[in-house]
Structure formats: C-alpha cells, structure tokens
Design a protein around this ligand. Structure first.
Ligand SMILES: Cc1ncc(COP(=O)(O)O)c(C=O)c1O
Length: 402
C-alpha cells in the first residue's frame, strides 16, 4: 500500500447508503487526487484567461503553463512537444486519426488488423474508415486466457496490412499485450501502428520510441486527471501528412477570402479555444504520476487482483475471465447465469462500485458468447480491505440470487 495515499482522495472517505464506500471502478475513471482538483481550482479562481495570442499578463502566463504541460507530457512519452496533441480523450484521438487517414496513401495495402477486445472508441472509427476505403478488418484470435494469440497475429500480418490497432491493456479482461514485439513485426511489414493506451498509462510509463507506435491515444480521466481532456501522440512526419480534423480559429497561419493556410502540428489539430483548465489538470496528474513507482503500482494492484481471484475461486460459482499473468488491476467475472447488472445493483446497495455490461467491447462479448461481465478494477488507492468488502458483499449477493 502507498503510505497515506487514500488521504489524497477524499471521495474514498464517504459512505454510500450508510455502508463504507468501496470504489472498484477505476477502469471507467480514476478518482483525482487533491493536487489535480487544486490545480483546476487555482486556475479557475485566480488565473483565468484565454491563451495564445494574448497581449496581457494572465494570457501569457496561461499560454506558458499550457505549453509547459505539453512539453512535460512529451518528455514522459519520449516524444517531441510537436507530437503531443491535446484532445477530449481517447475517442477523439481515434476519430482524429481515422478521419485523417481517409485520403492517406496506403499504396496497395487494404487490410486493418484489430483485436476482438478493441474498445468501441478505436474500433468504430476504424470501421467507418475501412468502409469508406473499402478495406477489410481482420481480427486476431485470443488464447484461452484472453491474450492475443501471437500465432494468429503472425498469420494475419502481410504486405496488405495497412495498419495494426490494438489496446495495450484490455479494459474488459485486464490482459496486457506484448506491444513492442507486435509493433516491431508490424513495422517489418510496413504497417502503421496505433496504440490505445487508455488502460495502460496508469500501469506503465510508455516510451513511444521503444514501443514503435505511430499513434498513441489516452484519456486524462483514466490517469488521475480530469474529464474532457486527453492526448494523441503522433509521429511528426505523419502528423504533417494528415489534414486538420477540425478547422477554425487557433489552427490557421493565414486566412484569405477563399482559402487558408494552416499551422503545423500540434496547433493544426487544436482548433478553437482549448480545454485550458483540463490541460492544466492533466499537467498536475502527470506531476502525481511522477511520484509513483510503476513497478510498485503493478505489484500492488496485481496482489489485490490475485486476492480477489483466489477468493472467488474458493467460494465457487463464479466464471472468471481475468486469469492471465498479465492482468494487473482488473478482474472480470460472472456469477453462474445471474445477469451482471442484477449483481451490480445488489453490490451498489452494499456500497461497492463496480461496472457491469459489455464495457464498450461488444465484439469481445460476442467472441466469448456472453452478454457482459462484472468488472472490479483497482488503482493505487485500493487496499485489501476493499477486496474483503467486495467479497463479503458478493457472498451475500450470491446467497440472495442463487
Ligand atoms: C481501452 C479503452 N479505450 C478507449 C476508451 C475510451 O476512452 P474515452 O471515453 O475517455 O474517450 C476506454 C474507456 O473506457 C478504454 O477503456
């Protein structure tokens, strides 16, 4: 356990329906530490100003602070500041890429490789792109513990592969994929590599150079930051080839009567007034992340996940989908033929916050031939008491439902 870390997250001290509040829904959104809330508050009450092109003190200060957050995230990712674009989140990042690739020169290539566990936020924009371009999406197979079957991936990769798009960590199963190795192979075939980092950045410090990704998307609210802000990393030469996603103010160099010239990336992709307070909050989230030892984070959360799995196994009746060694912070399961949402509602009555349903991965649910799962997901502020509490509630719910 991280010493006193729960003090940083006051929401955890609340009661829900007179029970201790047990938050096990961090894969949906992580709680934010006080430092992140304070950064947003400080800006909103004492520093508000629109940024870029300002002629006064607070505008210049805001511009400096906003661009500093970009540089700090660039350092964290091992990227250049020009390669870091602020978005609304992972979903917007993938939509930006997919719309940008509508006229991209893929030569003779006409296949995308995705996985059944891709989140709708990456899969659906790529489906729309594939339909427009008349490309085919090929899906890798999963092995018995919900990891990508590397043999099936090898078979799909070919000179026809235009791009490979994968989630680093599955939000439904919790499995982690060997991205560096998979992207190395994709690169050998000349394919573009897109990485959904939404669930991974609270577990790993990414190095986009080593990972070999051309694009990486993630959301602030899954890395202890605010809602409505995220990052798209894109390789500089590729970003220069993509057209703007949205157009308007802040992305132009010169506007004439019939046409305009655009700024270079990243500003080319940040039309309009940006989410300034969100970006500053995302900067504070990074400062919080810099205090964490990610090896320790993974070990801590894995211990909790393993504890939950062993308890579920001991009481019996649960189908567990997160059995891979590569699951760190998430356990997906079902209780016999009980509908996941019925169990979720009972847990809520007892103060436990989990998520139920398809988790925006319907292709995965179709592959597993289930409607959904119950997902308990952990973060740095969870402890063994939370797992004990969930387990006691699950035992009561099982007695009531079966
Ligand atoms: C793996 C994964 N990708 C993408 C997303 C979409 O993130 P957002 O809704 O913040 O755009 C999520 C959110 O649940 C996710 O878990």
């Amino acid at each position: 356990m991280f010493k006193n870390i729960r003090d940083d997250f006051p929401q955890l001290q609340q009661k829900v329906r007179s029970s201790k509040f047990i938050y096990l829904d961090s894969a949906a959104t992580t709680l934010i530490p006080k430092s992140v809330a304070k950064r947003i508050y400080d800006y909103q009450i004492g520093e508000v100003s629109n940024i870029h092109r300002g002629a006064h003190y607070f505008s210049n200060l805001g511009t400096q602070n906003y661009e500093d957050v970009r540089s700090n995230w660039a350092k964290w990712l091992d990227a250049k500041a020009e390669e870091v674009i602020f978005t609304k989140g992972t979903t917007e990042g993938f939509n930006l890429i997919a719309s940008g690739l509508e006229d991209f020169d893929f030569g003779e290539r006409n296949e995308f490789i995705c996985s059944p566990m891709d989140h709708h936020s990456s899969l659906v924009p790529l489906q729309r792109l594939a339909q427009k371009r008349k490309f085919t999406i090929k899906f890798v197979e999963l092995n018995s513990v919900g990891e990508i079957d590397q043999g099936s991936y090898q078979k799909l990769l070919s000179k026809k592969t235009a791009l490979v798009s994968l989630p680093w960590v599955s939000n439904s199963l919790g499995t982690t994929q060997p991205i560096q190795q998979m992207f190395t192979e994709a690169k050998k075939m000349g394919a573009l590599c897109l990485l959904d980092g939404a669930q991974a950045l609270s577990l790993f410090r990414p190095d986009v150079q080593k990972l070999g990704c051309d694009f990486l998307c993630f959301s602030g609210h899954k890395v202890w930051g605010p809602f409505g802000v995220g990052v798209l990393y894109g390789r500089q030469d590729l970003l220069e080839q993509l057209p703007p996603y949205q157009s308007g103010g802040s992305m132009i160099e010169d506007v004439s009567f019939q046409s305009s010239n655009y700024l270079k990336a990243p500003h080319k992709f940040e039309a309009g007034t940006p989410n300034i307070s969100g970006v500053l909050g995302l900067g504070a989230a990074l400062a919080f992340m810099e205090t964490l030892d990610f090896e320790h984070v993974r070990a801590h959360e894995k211990k909790l996940t393993e504890l939950l799995v062993s308890k579920l196994e001991a009481i019996g009746g649960f189908e567990i989908y997160s059995r891979s060694d590569t699951c760190y912070n998430l356990c997906s399961f079902n209780l016999q033929d009980v509908h996941a949402s019925d169990l979720g509602q009972l847990l809520d009555q007892m103060g436990c916050a989990v998520r139920t349903g398809h988790h925006c991965t319907q292709v995965l649910m179709k592959t597993l031939k289930i409607n959904g799962t119950i997902r308990a997901s952990m973060s740095v502020y969870n402890n063994e008491d939370d797992i004990e509490g969930l387990f006691e509630s699950l035992k009561k719910a099982k007695d009531l439902l079966i």
